[in-house]
Structures are given as structure tokens and as C-alpha cells.
Design a protein around this ligand. Sequence first.
Ligand code: SF4
Length: 369
Amino acid sequence: MASSAAGAASTLPGLELTELAAMPGHLRTVRTPEFAGAVFHEVLAKSALNRVPAGSAMPFSWTINPYRGCSHACVYCFARGSHRYLDFDTGRDFDSQIVVKVNVAEVLGRELAKPSWRREMVALGTNTDPYQRAEGRYRLLPGIIETLAASGTPISILTKGTLLRRDLPVLSEAAKRVPVELAMSIAVGDHALQQSIEPGTPTTRARLDTVAAARAAGFGVDVFVMPVLPYLTDSPAQLDALLRDIREAGARSVMYGALHLRSHVKPWFFAWLEREHPELLPGYRKLFPGASSKATQAYRLELAARIRPLMRKHRLEYAGRAHSRDPYPPVAAAGAHGSRRRGAVQLDAEPREAAAVFAPPGVPEPTLF
Ligand code: SF4
């Protein structure tokens, strides 16, 4: 361990030997020309499954995060706080210093083989994106999917990554044995804005095409229109056009949520806003006053009044499926997830807000994006 850390440290001027040695399970650190700008820290994980805190509003109990950090680099990303690790920061380091759990499928197999495993749904993509660029190199997802399916465990995947297409055959095989839910995150229709605020992600067009490919492979695909950005993506015309494209791609439903700026994201987001859209700063300061992480209730109600008729128009409303991550469940469906608390989520609440309401103090919640 010490010798590999020493070798890696010599190639990484930004990290000291003591820091690498402190990274649990560190094997080696890699830079490659095919992934310029990214640094991969390969580690041996001790566990693969993460339990969602009891009482969470999330409609799943377990998650797997094969990567820490995310090269998709979305400015608004909620998961930035999870990168406070060693000396990494929640800004540029989150985007470029990627921790890779190279043995995650093997560890998962051991965990799923335990007699105590109850085969509850496992969600991928709740913190960082499983189909980020690193997955092209490490190919961790096929092993994870096959291992889950072989154990009879339902699978749920949320991503912005078009690499999902690579795994449609293995997902189709898995779907013969267990329920498989696929969701794509698509929130920005304007190409220039999308490239600016989600600089490491595939284009919106490419993601829509991936939805269509998954649909053609037989999957019902849900789309997360999150976050809706005040003054940038929230006009009726913009929402109408985006939902039309999503419907034409073959998605079965849309979940939406307004921009949410937790404390570790807010300075990063406002720096981007000041650089790219300084004219919007006063409006954003009114919508997110002081330390507030969520847009004002008036804004969220206005957004709901704007987008819900469009969801109806494009036939993209939530249809009450089991295991859906719909953050706006009809009250009548309160029992659908087996919990009155989950059904009691406010209709205008965002999923993470709902999670924050129900999470025990001090317990980190998984994030959706
Ligand atoms: S929002 Fe999702 S895709 Fe974007 S950086 Fe965060 S984890 Fe990655």
C-alpha cells in the first residue's frame, strides 16, 4: 500500500503521500490521455450497498455508488458535498478527482449472498452518475447489474450518461429476472446553456436518443426534469418544447423539481451565474435569500402551475407505478410505497426536501439529480 501510494504521489503534484495513504483501500492513481483532465483513484471498497436512512422519503432502501466525484461536472450538483474527502474540494476536484471502487461487483456479490438479504430494490445514480466518463474505462456497471439480477434484486438506474446504451443488452437480460427501472435526467433544452451548466455531460439530443433507444429495447423510461432553472429554463415555451421532445423520444413520465442550492453548492452556482448571467443575480438573490437552499414557495407554486398542465398536455404525468421515484405522489397513492409518511410528502416538495424532512438529524441522505 505504501509503495503504491508513493508511486502515485510522484505523478500527482496536487496530492501528498500522507493524503493518498489516508484514502481507504487506495490501490493506485491513474491519468490517461483518453480521459484528459480526469484523475482516477482506484480503491478497494469494503462495502458496496449503502442503506438509505430509516424514515427516508426515498422510494428505495439501498443504493450503490461505484464512483465518488462526477466528471459530468454539473454546476448545480447536489452531490458536491459528498466529496469533502481527504483534501478534495466540492468544486473542481469533485469534477476531476474520481474515486473508483474497482472491486464493487465482487463485494456486492458477497453482500447479496448473505441469508439476511431481502432483495429490496437497489438504486444506482442517487449520488454520483454511474454512467459518467470513468465507466467507459472501468465497466463496473455490467458486473453490478448481472450480480443484482442473479440474486433476484430489483434494479433502478438514474443517469445523464448515454453510455447506458452500451448496457441495454445486459439490462434486457436482467429484466427477464427482476424489475428494472430506467430514468434519464434531462433538464436543459438550450444547447449552449446545457454545455455551460453541465459541461461534462452528453448533449440533450444524445440523451433523448438514449431514451428512445431504451424505449426501443422495451423499457419504460422516466425523465427527471431537474433542476428547472429560474429565468433560464422555466418559461412556458421552454418547458413546452422540452416536454414535447421528451414525449417524442418515447418517455413514459416526467418528474420535475426547481433548482435547490444547498450550502456547499450555492457559492459554486453563484460564481457561475455571475460569470455567465450577471443580469440574473438580483433575481436569484430574491429567490434564494440568505442561507435559503430552496427557491421561495411562491416560485415553486408558480412553477407547478406552469408545468403540470404541460405534463398533462404531453401525457407525461406520473401514472402510479410501484417503485416510482415521483416526488409529487398523489395523496391517494400514499400506501403505494408502503408508508404513510412517504405519501404525506407535500405536493410542491422536491425529493431532497422531502428527504430532509424525514431524515434523522445528522444522517446524510442520498441525492437525486
Ligand atoms: S448532477 Fe449528476 S451527473 Fe451532474 S455532476 Fe452531479 S452526479 Fe454527476
